[in-house]
Design a protein around this ligand. Structure first.
Ligand SMILES: CC(C)(COP(=O)(O)OP(=O)(O)OC[C@H]1O[C@@H](n2cnc3c(N)ncnc32)[C@H](O)[C@@H]1OP(=O)(O)O)[C@@H](O)C(=O)NCCC(=O)NCCS
Length: 182
């Protein structure tokens, strides 16, 4: 008779750490911008940058949670400077703040002219991911231990953004509930 190995439902939870440092969540990726990334003006499409931001941030979120994670929100993104075909697009991400099941990830975007070596900081963005189980339900994630003054500053700023976001969402649902037939 074949033995079926039963896995305790909390195996994964036990294997997960109680807390993680920001360092453990850091990720860096880079890609040369090619003609297929170009818009009619010769700049890189904003959507290419957004997709790469999302993927970069996902690595940090999953490194923190060691669980599947989904994007639940992307903060305002301003494209202040164009990125050109031929430049190296570099993205650096790490977890800024952790709630119960959600994580705010900061992504810094730089463009390097590979011929001159000059790098420009083109923009930054905050994305919120939620760790989910196999049924798609949010699950709790380890705490975050900010260590350096910069990490503490980012942690506090992210906590304030989260509070503002929660208040905005609460006001929106109250407004929606107050609407007739809403
Ligand atoms: C992410 C998802 C599982 C959350 O489910 P939910 O029922 O809203 O769960 P909750 O209300 O319990 O919220 C879970 C967490 O997400 C946070 N959250 C929910 N909506 C949010 C938003 N708009 N912005 C930031 N955080 C948000 C909550 O604050 C909570 O955080 P906490 O546990 O750290 O306190 C669900 O919304 C979902 O599946 N979304 C689709 C995700 C997806 O497919 N993304 C890919 C792009 S299509």
């Amino acid at each position: 008779m074949t033995k079926v190995r039963k896995r305790a439902p909390d195996d994964t939870t036990k294997a997960r750490k109680e807390s993680r440092t920001v360092c453990e969540t850091q990720h860096e990726t880079a890609q040369i911008m090619m003609p297929q990334h170009e818009n009619v003006l010769g700049h890189v499409f904003g959507g290419v940058v957004l997709a790469m931001m999302d993927t970069t941030a996902a690595v940090s979120a999953i490194r923190h949670a060691r669980m599947a994670c989904v994007t639940v929100s992307v903060d305002r993104v301003d494209f202040r400077e164009p990125i050109y075909v031929g430049e190296l697009l570099i993205m650096k991400s790490s977890v800024n703040f952790v709630g119960r099941t959600s994580m705010e990830i900061g992504v810094r975007v730089e463009a390097e002219n590979l011929l001159t070596g000059v790098r420009r900081h083109t923009n930054s963005c905050y994305l919120t991911f939620v760790a989910i189980d196999s049924d798609g339900k949010p699950v709790s994630v380890p705490a975050l231990e900010p260590e350096t003054p910069n990490e503490v500053r980012r942690f506090n700023a992210a906590r304030e953004r989260r509070e503002r976001g929660l208040q905005e969402r609460m006001s929106e649902s109250l407004r929606a509930a107050a609407k007739p037939n809403g």
